[in-house]
Write a protein that binds this ligand. Structure first.
Ligand code: NAD
Ligand code: UD1
Length: 336
């Protein structure tokens, strides 16, 4: 089976391509390197011991997409390509709607015209908004997103639901990721953010390595056991493996299915700092700072549906996530 992976040079995409290649899938990676580097492709080859086709292309480039579908047999698409920085999306909403929503529409048009109607889409727990209580289940109402990035995910989910309603030959899997952290155990690929990280784990690893002075813990007055925000952190390799199960589901028939990919466990910011210090042997300087706007107190998954229907469940614990995040940071202090 041949899988086109959009955004395959990025953080989650690169880990997923390794799993796909190692399982014997033919892989075609599409990326425009907006938020990744060509070196990631060399690392995928090195870790997987296999090869793939690479197409430098933008998902908004209809002619480029048509050429890829004409020149390659594609059975299904895993669609990671998109912009993902929450604070940037508040400053540049149009760029986010154009790239994420517009790009997905163009990709789906090219797929339809090429007769490829199987897609796995990277959605996010952010679509649950701030009104649902954790553990979050797929049948809870989505919406009420707190920033343009989150709203692009909500809109794309709705667009794909409409695509399926109009044409039942499509097979669509929407994956709602919780908080991916960690890295491949080799330390050759991992999260490589540009500039100052927005997310917790890359911020922690950059404080630990001395690149940043001190972590701001956003809020210590939440209604949680220690007052700091609680999240469902998931190892990126577990997440990557979830995509193999999802693509099998997409290939096996038609339909529209939604799955949470999370662990069901909630850890506070202070829990993560402690687990990281234990796993790395490094001290993480932190101070309490005001809450970050748009943050919810608690967000963790009910992953039962993915276990029941996909046969997938997360295996790595928080210690392993911290160990692998640190291994990647230590081996690549400047990123790729
Ligand atoms: P990433 O930025 O590392 O990877 C995205 C890749 O897409 C990059 O390589 C980038 O160059 C490419 N890309 C962006 N726009 C493109 C375009 N128009 N055409 C072609 N390529 C393009 O991000 P990631 O963390 O690997 O996330 C992958 C997907 O998962 C994204 O859609 C993201 O929104 C979603 N997601 C991520 C998280 C997370 O915490 N990392 C959580 C929930 C959902
Ligand atoms: C954020 C996004 C979410 C996106 C996800 C993955 C917001 C409001 N949500 O989720 O839409 O899908 O990233 O990209 O931005 N924290 C600190 N100090 C820091 C960074 C984070 O204390 O420097 C805290 C946060 O307040 C939160 C936890 O750490 O409690 C996790 O934060 P983060 O890694 O940014 O993920 P989310 O906010 O869950």
């Amino acid at each position: 089976m041949a899988i086109l992976v959009t955004g395959g040079a990025g953080y989650i995409g690169s880990h997923t391509c390794i799993e796909l290649i190692q399982k014997g899938y033919e892989v075609i990676i599409l990326d425009n390197f907006y938020n990744s580097k060509p070196e990631a492709l060399n690392r995928i080859r090195k870790i997987s011991g296999g090869d793939f086709t690479f197409c430098e292309c933008d998902i908004r480039d209809r002619a480029g997409l048509d050429k890829i579908f004409a020149e390659n047999k594609v059975d299904a698409v895993i669609h990671f390509a998109g912009l993902k920085a929450v604070s940037e999306s508040c400053r540049k909403p149009l760029e986010y709607y154009e790239n994420n929503v517009g790009g997905t529409v163009t990709l789906c048009e090219a797929m339809r015209d090429a007769g490829v109607k199987k897609i796995v889409f990277s959605s996010s727990a952010t679509v649950y908004g701030s009104n649902n209580p954790s553990p979050l289940r797929e049948d809870m109402p989505a919406g009420g997103t707190t920033n343009p990035y989150g709203t692009t995910k909500f809109y794309i989910e709705n667009i794909l639901k409409d695509v399926y309603a109009a044409d039942n030959e499509w097979s669509i899997v929407l994956l709602r990721y919780f908080n991916p952290i960690g890295a491949h155990e080799s330390g050759l690929i991992g999260e490589d953010p540009n500039g100052i990280p927005n997310n917790l784990m890359p911020y922690i690893t950059q404080v630990a390595i001395g690149k940043l002075d001190c972590l701001n813990v956003f809020g210590n007055d939440y209604p949680t056991p220690d007052g700091t925000g609680v999240r469902d952190y998931i190892h990126v390799v577990d997440l990557a493996k979830g995509h193999l199960c999802a693509v099998d589901k997409a290939l096996s028939g038609t339909g529209l299915n939604i799955y949470n990919l999370g662990t069901s466990k909630g850890y506070s910011v202070l829990d993560v700092i402690k687990a990281f210090e234990k796993a790395s042997g490094k001290k993480v300087n932190y101070r309490f700072a005001p809450r970050r706007s748009g943050d919810v107190a608690v967000c963790y998954s009910d992953p039962t549906k993915a276990k029941k229907e996909l046969g997938w469940e997360a295996a790595f614990d928080i210690e392993q996530m911290c160990r692998d995040s640190w291994n990647w940071q230590e081996k690549n202090p400047k990123g790729l």
